[in-house]
Design a binder for this molecule. Structure first.
Ligand code: GAL
Length: 359
């Protein structure tokens, strides 16, 4: 694998990890916390438009297009925020980590993102859904919501549901005590949010080989990840979901499949500050998920090279590219990108720092 990527160096362009990545008009690409969808012979990169002085959504979701992953054309705003007061995606809301998947059955492009209502900090903890007839949009906002109201995770049998149902927040006011941890494991927060729906923050989408799609998101106050199955039209949850690494505080999930094994790379929860990447694998999307050591190697590997995972792009030949953001909270627009091809050692993904990449 190492060789393959090196051989490409005769190509005219390279991308400097952490540098300015210019689009075809020469401007730094503004598509943060993003993901990539291939449609036809074109890659579409969707990400958060970020402003000079705020991380709130003043514009919406941007789309860039490329045939070679190196030269990107700005296709403009794919999903626009609105000036309608009180609207879910009113300008100034928080709209993060948009991902788009194409539904072959309906012929629609489906965008999901993390949404926080304007003026409410990170309290809403919702996902939003928008849809378009063309990859670059315009996307029409459909709705925003909490997740899977009124359903327990699939691994909870009758007895586990009954136990979870008795859990009461009043008995666990102090976080991180052994009894709190036990209660979290048994579904303390799932029960708390059972009626209104589960919290949904950092997220990604994944389409499996059988065409089923999944929404993977930080739930339960960012303490536990959820993986939720989507309906055939990719616009709703079916109500089937599983919890991953309960109490593990994972966010920024990025998922891919290699030789039949599902891999997930996440970060810890330190806001815009970088931390050490985590990695999990499972034989099925439904688990069981096993944690592995940090896959990053090289300078600042213990801080994910100062970045935070956002997506893993799987190419048609089966190779995978790890994508991360280097946040710049004081000048959000100037946040940078890291893309690194994933290598395998002893059948486990390894992400080795590269100053430059070329595809
Ligand atoms: C990070 C998260 C980002 C953003 C940020 C806000 O942990 O991954 O998407 O929400 O927190 O502080």
């Amino acid at each position: 694998m190492e060789n393959y990527w090196n051989k490409q160096q005769q190509k005219p362009h390279t991308l400097r990890n952490g540098g300015l990545w210019r689009d075809e008009s020469g401007r730094h690409i503004n598509a943060h916390g993003g993901g990539i969808m291939k449609y036809g012979d074109t890659y579409y990169w969707f990400g958060e438009h970020k402003d000079d002085h705020t991380s709130n959504a003043m514009v919406g979701v941007m789309c860039y297009a490329s045939k070679d992953l190196m030269n990107w054309r700005n296709c403009g705003v794919a999903l626009s925020v609105t000036d309608e007061r009180g609207h879910d995606i009113e300008r100034g809301c928080i709209l993060e980590r948009p991902k788009v998947i194409y539904n072959k059955v309906t012929g629609k492009f489906c965008m999901w993102f993390h949404l926080e209502l304007k003026g409410r900090g990170y309290n809403a903890a919702r996902y939003g859904v928008a849809v378009a007839d063309r990859p670059e949009g315009p996307y029409k906002f459909l709705y925003s919501s909490r997740a899977n109201a009124g359903t327990w995770p699939i691994e909870f049998d009758k007895k586990a549901c009954a136990i979870a149902d008795t859990l009461n927040m009043d008995n666990y006011k102090k976080w991180w005590t052994p009894s709190w941890r036990k209660a979290i494991d048994k579904g303390l927060f799932v029960k708390r949010d059972f009626a209104a729906g589960q919290m949904s923050r950092d997220m990604t989408l994944y389409i499996d080989d059988d065409g089923k799609a999944y929404h993977i998101f930080a739930s339960e106050d960012n303490v536990t990840l959820h993986i939720a199955e989507l309906t055939a039209d990719y616009l709703h949850h079916t109500g089937r979901y599983t919890r991953v690494a309960s109490g593990g505080q994972n966010e920024a999930p990025a998922i891919f499949k290699h030789d039949g094994t599902y891999w997930m790379i996440t970060s810890g929860c330190t806001g815009w500050e970088p931390n050490e990447a985590r990695m999990f694998s499972a034989p099925s999307i439904w688990g069981p998920w096993t944690q592995h050591p940090n896959p990053c190697r090289g300078p600042k590997a213990e801080k994910t090279f100062n970045g935070q995972s956002t997506f893993v792009l799987t190419l048609e030949d089966g190779r995978h590219i790890f994508m991360a953001d280097i946040w710049r909270p004081r000048h959000p627009r100037d946040a940078r990108y890291i893309w690194i091809p994933i290598e395998f050692e002893d059948n486990k993904p390894v992400i080795r720092w590269r100053d430059e990449v070329t595809f």
